[in-house]
Design a protein around this ligand. Structure first.
Ligand SMILES: NC(=O)C1=CN([C@@H]2O[C@H](COP(=O)(O)OP(=O)(O)OC[C@H]3O[C@@H](n4cnc5c(N)ncnc54)[C@H](OP(=O)(O)O)[C@@H]3O)[C@@H](O)[C@H]2O)[C@@H](O)CC1
Ligand SMILES: [K+]
Length: 517
């Protein structure tokens, strides 16, 4: 499913109108009708049916005028409030304003303090508010009268249906421009906007309903939009079908280099997650002194004990064996719980030099790259990097705040620069590919911000690549499954006590629910 920013939707709107000759007013009519559907559903069982429509001066307000006209026609009492002088409304919105003016709709112009008092009184006795102040055209901080208006709407505790975006949310990144309407429901028009799904905007949209307004699919296809929401359907499409006449070799061999003294748990979580995601076979190199514990905990994995230079750390003591296992593997991962050490840096350098297989780099492998930036030259064309914002800051030298405010751009730039896949973890994990491909994930919950959660994700990505899914798709599918598993776990144990091992247990059930097998 495609996601757009304000520039892209504007361009799409223009293509629909100029190239496919669909009059803009038709799109506005469709938008208004889509909202009317939802308003009618919401007031169906209410005794008081009065609807207040608060309209801005642009096309979002124009959609609001269309809503007013259709509700009036259905005998629903409506009052329209306009946030400026109607003489300043232009284009299709102007035409729709003229129609409701002719129809004698009860129109109020919001100016001055007394007027706001009246507004606040009137909405108290209404049933529902339609927010048509700003959509994708919001440009600057909301202040003055409109700020007061939004404050009154939010304090009214009334049900609010927002058109396209809750007014005050920036369509491009979900930031709040001074203040924003807290909607019960948002009717999103044509395509999802980044502001609908990114936080904090996502906290303001309430229930999200995506409605077609008649923009031709061809126009959307022609634009080759690069931002996608990861969906159930995408996961279904990429998860390999397991045929009857297959064996464990069919589902790939994974090799996970993880764990060290004190951090064997990270290795266990990654390995179990890879196996629970369907990898056919899994090997893990283990420092000799940790082999017993690993063998005891990992029933289904093959542990390969190695001599150790430094106690409890996998190093390059038997690099030949490691290289050979890499050659036999379909997917490799390095980093979870590996610890920060020169041994790991050297091991990573050797591994990167000797393989062209897809290699997932997480946790201490990312730290090693941040400490030894020259190693970055070796990650090209094979790495899947899974940093959180702190690790990304160390890798790039960018400030964490900057990364948080520009997650898509930062992930995408890194992916393009190094020709790798980047999984920038967070409340809306961003997966970026080397050709500018972007996937955004919406599964998951705050309970997953817990130790070991990232190790599980690394395991899932590795398990999926081992099964033959291309690294970029595997990363996108994995973050979705990871979040969905966390959501199932949260349903059982709640968010507070949720452990990474609970996420692992739910992986097969999440896959079964999504894929149907
Ligand atoms: N895309 C489509 O296919 C279709 C889109 N449609 C709808 O159009 C919407 C986009 O419409 P839009 O472009 O007219 O922008 P919109 O959100 O109404 O806001 C612009 C107005 O707000 C003002 N303004 C801005 N910031 C402000 C601030 N901080 N404080 C105060 N004022 C501020 C700005 O003033 P200006 O900056 O020009 O002075 C201007 O007057 C879209 O979300 C959807 O609902 C449908 O009709 C059908 C097809
Ligand atoms: K709105």
């Amino acid at each position: 499913m495609k996601v757009v920013n304000s520039e892209q939707i504007k361009q799409l709107d223009r293509i629909a109108i100029d190239e496919f000759l669909i009059p803009g007013i038709v799109l506005m009519e469709n938008a208004g009708l889509a909202v009317v559907d939802e308003v009618l559903k919401s007031i169906k069982d209410k005794e008081n049916k009065e609807v207040i429509i608060v309209c801005g001066m642009g096309n979002n307000g124009g959609d609001g005028f269309v809503v007013a006209r259709h509700l009036l026609n259905k005998g629903i009492p409506v009052k329209v409030f306009i946030t400026g002088n109607p003489a300043d409304i232009s284009g299709d919105a102007r035409k729709n304003y003229n129609i409701i003016h002719k129809l004698n709709v009860d129109i109020h112009i919001l100016v001055g303090v007394n007027n706001l008092k009246k507004f606040s009184e009137i909405i108290k006795s209404s049933s529902l508010i339609v927010d048509a102040i700003f959509g994708t055209g919001l440009k600057r901080e909301v202040d003055g009268l409109i700020k007061e208006v939004i404050h009154i709407i939010n304090n009214s505790k009334k049900e609010v249906i927002a058109i396209d975006l809750p007014s005050g949310i920036c369509a491009d990144d979900g930031s709040v421009c001074g203040i924003a309407v807290r909607a019960t429901k948002t009717v999103v028009l044509a395509l999802l906007k980044l502001g609908n799904i990114n936080y904090p905007g996502a906290d303001y949209v309430g229930e999200m309903i995506l409605k077609d307004i008649g923009i031709p699919n061809k126009a959307v296809e022609d634009m080759s939009l690069n931002i996608n929401l990861i969906t159930n359907n995408m996961v279904k499409e990429y998860m390999p079908v397991r045929k009857r006449d297959t064996h464990k070799g069919t589902y790939g061999k994974a090799y996970i280099v993880a764990g060290s003294t004190g951090m064997t748990g990270a290795a266990i979580l990654s390995c179990e997650a890879a196996l629970r995601s369907g990898a056919g076979l899994l090997k893990i190199p283990v420092p000799q002194s940790l082999n017993t514990i690993m063998e005891t905990r990992l029933t289904e994995a093959i542990t390969v004990p190695l001599p150790e230079f430094r106690k409890g750390v996998v190093g390059i003591s038997d690099i030949e064996k490691i290289i050979k296992t890499m050659e036999e593997s379909d997917a490799i991962a390095v980093g979870p719980g590996s610890g920060r050490s020169r041994e790991l840096e050297e091991l990573l350098r050797n591994m990167l030099e000797h393989t062209s297989k897809p290699i997932v780099l997480d946790a201490d492998a990312l730290n090693a790259l941040a400490d030894r930036k020259e190693l970055l030259e070796l990650i090209r064309s094979k790495a899947v990097m899974t940093p959180h914002e702190g690790e990304m800051a160390r890798l790039t030298g960018l400030e964490i705040d900057y990364i948080n405010n520009n997650r898509i751009e930062v992930a995408s730039e890194f992916a393009k620069k190094w020709n790798v896949v980047v999984v920038l973890k967070g409340a809306r994990t961003v997966v970026a590919g080397p050709k500018g491909e972007i996937y955004i994930n919406t599964t998951g919950n705050p309970g997953m911000a817990t130790a070991g959660s990232g190790d599980v994700l690394t395991g899932i990505i590795t398990g999926l690549i081992a099964q033959g899914i291309k690294p970029l798709n595997a990363a996108a599918v994995a973050v979705y499954i990871h979040g969905a598993s966390g959501d199932l776990a949260a349903q059982k144990v709640g968010e507070y006590g949720l452990l990474a091992s609970d996420i692992v247990k739910e992986i097969p059930f999440a896959i079964k629910e999504i894929v149907g097998r």
